[in-house]
Every structure is written in C-alpha cells, then in structure tokens.
Ligand binder design. Sequence first.
Ligand SMILES: Cc1ncc(COP(=O)(O)O)c(C=O)c1O
Length: 407
Amino acid sequence: MDSARVVRAFEQNEGAISLMAGSPGPDTLEGCKDILLKATSFMLDEDTDHTATFRYGPDMGDLEYRQQLANFLSQQYGDTVDSDQLMVTAGATQALHMVATLLFNSGTVVFTEDPTYFAACSMLKKDFQMELVPVPCDDEGIDTDTLDRLLTAHRPKSDVNRPKPFWAMVYTIPVYNNPTGRCYSAGRCRRLVELARKHDVLLLAEDVYNLIHFGDSHPPPRLLSYDRPSDADYKGHTLSSGSFSKILAPGLRLGWLEGPVRILDRLHGSYLSWSGGSPNHYASRLAATALKLGLQSAHLQHVREIYKARRDVVCKILRDNLPKEASFLEPQGGFFVWVEFPEGTDTFEMVKWLMNKYSVFFLPGVCASVEGKHNNCARLSFCYLREKALVEAVTTVCKGAKEFLAQ
Ligand SMILES: Cc1ncc(COP(=O)(O)O)c(C=O)c1O
C-alpha cells in the first residue's frame, strides 16, 4: 500500500484540515496578484523589447532572468552567484526530472537521505526506475561514513555502460530539510563534497527552502559553496536546485539550477532545449521584471515574517501540549516541524485515527522514508494554514495524539 497516497486522499475530504500541505497558503499567495500585474504591465508596456517575451527562450534561459536572479541570490545568500552558472528550470521538480533523465539511465543508483522528500523518491523510483539506496541522517545531516561505505559497495567495477559523467547521484536537501527542518553542519557539507570527488558522483542539493529563513542574517551556506573552484581537486560535482514555488508562487512553475558549466552544458545542450527552447520562458521574463523592480525581495521579506510568526506559534503549542515523551526540533527556516513520538508509535495509524475523529491530518514519517522507517514521526507544515486555523489544528493534533497514545 502506498501510504502517501492514502494520506493525500484525505485532501479530498471536504472540511479536512491539512497540516500536510508544503506550499504557500492562500494568504501568502495574496500579494502575488499585485506583483504579477505590475511586472506584466512593466514587461509588456515599458520594456524596450517586449517581443523577446514571445520568442522561444535561449537554451540556458533569458539573460535578464539569469542576471537579475544572480544579483538577488548573491544578496540573499551573502555569497557570489554567477549568472554564467545559472540556468532556468520550470521548478525543482522539472529540474530533477531533467537531471535524472538527461544525465543518468534507468537503473542508476541514487543515494538519498532517509527521511527525505517523499514525492522526489517516488518519481525517481517509480517514474524513472532508478535504484534508491537510503542513507541514514543525524542532527548534522546525511551520515557520510555510511554513505562512503555504500558508495564503495555500489560503485561499478567497470566503466563500460556507466552513465557519464557520474555513475550515481546523491539526492539531498541540506538546508531546512523536508521533512525534518534540519540543516547540514559545515563539516558534513565538506565531507560530502570530498566523497563526491572521491567516488565521482553528482551531488544534487534541492535548495528550495533556503530563502525562507527566520534569522536576521543569511541562511546557512548552500552545499554548492563547499565545492570550491579554488580547490586543487575541483571538477564541479554539485548542483543547487532552487525554485520560486516557496518564495513567490508554485503556479508559476519556475526555478533555476546553479552549477558548474560542465554539467549545465549537458542539460541545456540537450535536444529537449533544441526543440522547445528554455522551459517557461514567459514566466522567467515576468520573474526577472519582479526581481528588477524589487517586488520579489519585498514579498519575500513579508512572507518570511508571516512564516516565522507561525513557526513561533506552532512551537509554543507543541512545547506546552505534546505528550511529554514526544520531542521536536524548532526549525530556523523552511515550512516544517518534525515531531518524534516514542519508539513504537505508529503515526500512520495515528493520522488515520485523527482524520476519522477530528478531520485533521499531517504527513506521517513512514511516507518520508525510502525504507518505511520513521513510523514514530510526523511532519507538521506551518506554511499553508492561517494562524487561527493553524493554532486549532496543532492543538487538536496534540490533544488527539495524547488520546491515541492512551488507548
Ligand atoms: C524538497 C522539495 N523539492 C521540490 C519541491 C517541489 O518544488 P517545485 O514546485 O519547484 O517543483 C518541493 C515542494 O514541496 C520540495 O519540498
């Protein structure tokens, strides 16, 4: 049975309250209309060459988009992002599709964190028939000692028929992880890059939550920044996949890949781009305009404050009301709180029970695990519901969890 499908089906129940949805809610999407109206009017009325908007997009993506994005990301990350190392995507999902199918074959091994983003795993395994190898994680990120052993064990003995330039991919979400909200430590990032170089595998980091950070300065550095061109053994093993889905609107279907030219060339040089040009050219021109006019930065600051306030509210409720044997990590960014109930708790059973009794649901840990582990965990999203509904939902989950555990 596909447990994620069972839980997803709860969304169809009228009146059911979702602590599962990992996307901006109606109120944080509210400002998008104004932004996109202003950007559209500027782009089509005031821009000198609006016909550029209606052409096929250049393979790497619109130059203005890549330049505006490079400026924006450099400011947001507090690190230099080079427009030559950026290409447009139609969001992180499309980027993963492209990377998985253009750089690898079906049957290729993909090492994934466990737990991780459940939809990506299903896509890699079921849509593309790749072989998933789960790697455990701890407070500092993916367990690199275990990964080293697994990479050694799975490395093909011969290079014949192996995909080029990498024989495998390591799929990661190092900053404000989905589902745990954790960030990799600097030491773990360094070690991961060392391993990628040693075993010649691709590191794909989905950096889709990095900009939703709740501190005053910058988010933790993205994994790509540890793969330094100044290192003597540098070749470029890391891709950073970003998205406008969490910082603006998922309906735009827009994102970017940042990485070394040797990898980007293989992606945008494909026949996919030859036929259709760059993905989502129109939306990228709109986003470029919103970036140029400063509309995206202002919106991001606004939604960050909303999410931070919600994170605070949710964590306070959890601190005061969770069963005392349960624990959670207060996330410093992103959309999720990961709750751990005592070993032996089955949160898949719990969520079905909660849905039945209180019409509220979350993502049970088992859905985020490649191996069906983490049954005692729950991912609660605080991005979607407005504060009042969120307070009610999380309070109900705490109360219901106590009742469920007492049965
Ligand atoms: C880790 C991760 N990757 C990708 C996505 C989807 O991103 P996009 O909308 O850019 O395709 C999500 C959204 O939930 C996510 O959490």
